[in-house]
Design a protein. Structure first.
Length: 301
């Protein structure tokens, strides 16, 4: 890793730590959205650095679809314990059981869209006024519009026309009762930046990110991992393939990529040469051109 890359990563780290500290200073009940994916892991690592030698002064919040990879959940639990962080888990299944959400009536239904209801209920339950997340502007065009401090109204809705200017990194967290903010400290990072920082800091990750053999099926041009929540229909066949995941989420909509990259160095080289965004492997983003923006306006991440 050359000096320019090191300087670049240190500048990104400094910016992210500053934003995290600003959020902790301006809000009374912040939390960090934690999925067990690389971005939220990286963000948690940065939060620990921001408050070292003390512990992270806010909880980790995971909105669990109930269709997560077993490897993700095992890593989530061990990581939170190692970080000595409070982990709060709320599940989409609880929302369904309480008739707050309704499962899609399709083959292998996705619960990604249902997370919004569970998330907004958790915000109300714990009276969170700030949720920090690992979203980045390079992921998707709707996220490219985001500020560091993203204002949400009392319904949790995002309005891109009702956001505060952020000149010279001055953040305005003013809100009225019931409103809250989403804060994105690594907004200016790219996928490659995240992986280079993970390599620099030697941050542990779930095994799903590295090449491995597993049983998969191909659906609508996407490679999906077979399991309890994803299984072939009468026109599909399951087979074994060497794959890895660029992003981790609901098994029903998180696609894998064929890969032999089984080390962080190999992954960095692979990403440097790819022309496809990591969210190109997410089936939920393919439902419409404005899928992500529509979900954001409804209160999604």
């Amino acid at each position: 890793m050359n000096d320019y890359t090191l300087d670049h990563l240190k500048q990104l780290e400094s910016e992210a730590v500053f934003v995290i500290r600003e959020a902790a200073a301006q809000f009374e009940r912040p939390a960090l959205l934690f999925s067990g994916g690389k971005d939220s892991i990286c963000l948690s690592h940065l939060a620990r650095k921001a408050f070292h030698p003390g512990e992270i002064p806010f909880p980790l919040l995971h909105i669990d679809t109930g269709h997560n990879f077993e490897e993700t959940l095992a890593f989530r639990n061990s990581f939170a314990k190692k970080m000595k962080a409070t982990l709060i888990v709320r599940t989409v299944q609880e929302s369904i059981d309480q008739n707050r959400a309704e499962e899609e009536k399709t083959h292998n239904p996705s619960r990604n869209a249902l997370q919004t209801i569970t998330l907004l209920d958790a915000i109300k339950e714990f009276e969170f006024d700030c949720l920090m997340g690992g979203a980045r502007r390079d992921e998707e065009k709707a996220r490219a519009k985001e500020r560091f401090f993203s204002f949400r109204n009392s319904f949790g809705h995002w309005d891109p026309k009702n956001q505060r200017p952020e000149l010279w990194n001055i953040f305005n967290g003013h809100k009225t009762k019931g409103d809250h903010f989403r804060v994105f400290p690594i907004s200016n990072w790219t996928e490659l930046d995240v992986w280079q920082y993970i390599a620099l800091e030697k941050i542990p990750l779930p095994s799903l990110y590295f090449s491995h053999k597993r049983k998969v099926l191909v659906r609508n041009g996407m490679i999906l991992a077979c399991g309890e929540y994803v299984y072939p229909d009468q026109n599909e066949k399951a087979f074994e393939k060497k794959v890895r995941f660029r992003t981790i989420g609901d098994m029903t909509c998180t696609g894998a990529v064929e890969s032999t990259a089984d080390s962080i160095g190999d992954i960095i080289a692979e990403i440097a040469g790819t022309r496809t965004t990591e969210r190109g492997t997410r089936a939920d983003d393919r439902r419409s051109e404005a899928a992500m923006e529509d979900r954001k306006k409804q209160g999604y991440f």
